[in-house]
Design a binder for this molecule. Structure first.
Ligand code: SF4
Ligand code: SF4
Length: 361
């Protein structure tokens, strides 16, 4: 597989996980964040990442601060946002909104970050967050964010069948008419064509996904709403390659969901190589291109066929679960080799006629 894998429809976003530390320890946290997880990036490494990101030939559309909980390190967050701003990079932060316990303080914090250069906020919310944070805190955080001029986007994890919009509305005590479903690809198109509808700024934009059985989530199998492999379609995933994340130890992970847990998703370490080189290496990886082109279900089936000795899992909690189950325990080289062979065998099957006419030989 040697074709250029970048999807022009999908802008490059670079994530930065400055720290694993979080003020809470949700049961479904895939990266084992919590108050006692002190893994944190040296500040100069974070600065170097931002400077190198700004100097890339293909400029990232956004630098995304994720965690852990980025607001736990407010001073550093403000400093790094300021650096992004000076480098001309757009920014977004992903947060659980805990900083809105006190209204006055929350307003001050958001104004400060807005001034530093923060462009967008994504909130994380679901029943697992509610075990630690009163729903009024998220409601207040959203209201203040909108007042300061941010679009309110909430990422919601659901783990049982049902309507995520009405579930979220009743769980958080928000009138359902104030919530609209949010589909990211559609939003990206609207931004590109200048057709973002006014309700995006007026309402709470809810995007949702299912659990990934990694990290702490793996300790609570009873929370996983499992579906048969056949119920997942063959859609490609554009997260990998287009949204890599730098972890606190300097590892660049090719996608945020599997990164840090599945070895084959680690691209390399920023302490050992420049960012441009890591991104180049990432784009050469057949495993990721396969996911971009053929999707996680094909990946699962390709690996199962190539390695029949591996345990089979017929039921999965999400499409990401399918994706990580496919390559769990495989090294990068084997994942690349299996996907290359699958593509080659498919090409040969397509190009060869069903039967060779002997008279033509
Ligand atoms: S899911 Fe988010 S809020 Fe919850 S522990 Fe993990 S990083 Fe913190
Ligand atoms: S489907 Fe795979 S590549 Fe895509 S986000 Fe999930 S784990 Fe990452």
């Amino acid at each position: 597989m040697s074709a250029e894998p970048r999807n022009p429809e999908r802008p490059l976003e670079l994530g930065i996980m400055y720290a694993h530390t979080c003020n809470i320890a949700c049961r479904h946290c895939g990266i084992l964040s919590g108050p006692r997880n002190h893994a944190r990036m040296p500040l100069d490494l974070a600065e170097r990442y931002i400077r190198e990101a700004a100097a890339l030939d293909e400029r990232p559309s956004t630098l995304v601060f994720t965690g852990g909980e980025p607001f736990v390190f407010l001073k550093e967050l403000e400093h790094l946002l300021g650096l992004c701003n000076r480098m001309g990079l757009s920014t977004r932060v992903v947060t659980n909104g805990f900083w809105a316990r006190n209204e006055m303080r929350a307003r001050r914090i958001l104004h400060r970050l807005r001034l530093a250069g923060l462009d967008a906020i994504n909130f994380s919310a679901d029943k697992f967050h509610l075990e630690f944070l009163d729903p009024a805190i998220l409601r207040r955080a959203i209201a203040i964010a909108q007042e300061v001029g941010f679009v309110a986007i909430v990422n919601y994890v659901f783990s049982e069948p049902g309507d995520p919009v009405s579930e979220f509305a009743s769980m958080y005590g928000i009138p359902i008419e104030n919530i609209r479903p949010f589909y990211e690809s559609e939003f990206i198109r609207q931004v590109r064509t200048g057709t973002v509808p006014p309700e995006v700024g007026e309402k709470i934009n809810l995007s949702w996904g299912r659990l990934v059985g990694l990290g702490r989530a793996a300790e609570y199998p009873e929370e996983h709403f499992l579906s048969a492999l056949e119920s997942f379609d063959y859609s490609p995933c554009q997260e990998v390659v287009n949204r890599p994340v730098l972890y606190p130890n300097g590892d660049l992970q090719a996608c945020c969901c599997a990164g840090g847990k599945i070895a084959a998703f680690c691209v390399g370490n920023l302490k050992a190589a420049p960012l441009a080189q890591l991104l180049h290496t990432m784009r050469q990886r057949s495993h990721y291109r396969f996911i971009n082109t053929f999707g996680p279900r094909h990946l699962y089936e390709a690996v199962s066929a190539a390695r029949p000795d591996r345990p089979k899992r017929e039921r999965h909690a999400s499409i990401c679960d399918v994706c990580v189950a496919a390559t769990r325990g495989l090294c990068a080289e084997e994942a690349d080799r299996i996907t290359e062979q699958w593509v080659l065998s498919r090409l040969l099957r397509t190009d060869l006629p069903e039967a060779v006419d002997e008279r033509a030989v």
